[in-house]
Write a protein of this length. Structure first.
Length: 151
């Protein structure tokens, strides 16, 4: 009985290994496919005031050999809105994905944006993080009392 269990486990292990390696062989990488390469896939806003501009441009380049098409760009939540080019990016050309974070929410944040495309390295994740602090109201100095003598 014990030998049968061991043989079953070995058979299943061998079958799964063979199936996955065959799948990897079947999935050929197109040498002419586009590839998306970001100058940086991370941006730290640091500490920013509530209501300030939460926009950052992620610059990328098509480092492949055929046109790059961004099919979808999704953020991890509704407080982060990405804007991306809808037209194909030619080989060796740069473009930008704008990411706008809603800075009306106070506190630490870390959000990801997933970029889907026809690139061989799709999907790619880009990340923003920072801390939004309450906007300080300007302090006004109290008005000096008027003297009776200075009429």
């Amino acid at each position: 009985m014990r030998t049968l269990k061991i043989l079953t486990i070995l058979f299943l292990s061998f079958s799964l290994t063979t199936a996955f390696s065959q799948e990897a062989k079947d999935k050929k990488v197109d040498k002419n496919a586009p590839e998306i390469t970001f100058e940086s896939n991370f941006y730290d806003y640091g500490v920013i005031e509530q209501g300030s501009d939460g926009t950052h441009d992620f610059v990328f380049k098509n480092t492949g050999k055929s046109p790059l098409i961004l099919t979808n760009v999704k953020s991890s939540c509704g407080c982060t809105v990405p804007t991306w080019p809808k037209t194909p990016i030619k080989k060796h050309k740069k473009n930008v994905i704008k990411v706008k974070y809603n800075t009306h929410r106070i506190g630490n944040f870390q959000k990801t944006v997933t970029v889907f495309s026809n690139a061989k390295n799709s999907p790619v994740r880009i990340t923003i993080k920072g801390k939004v602090v309450k906007k300080e109201t300007p302090k006004t100095s109290p008005e000096k009392p008027k003297s009776i003598l200075n009429k």
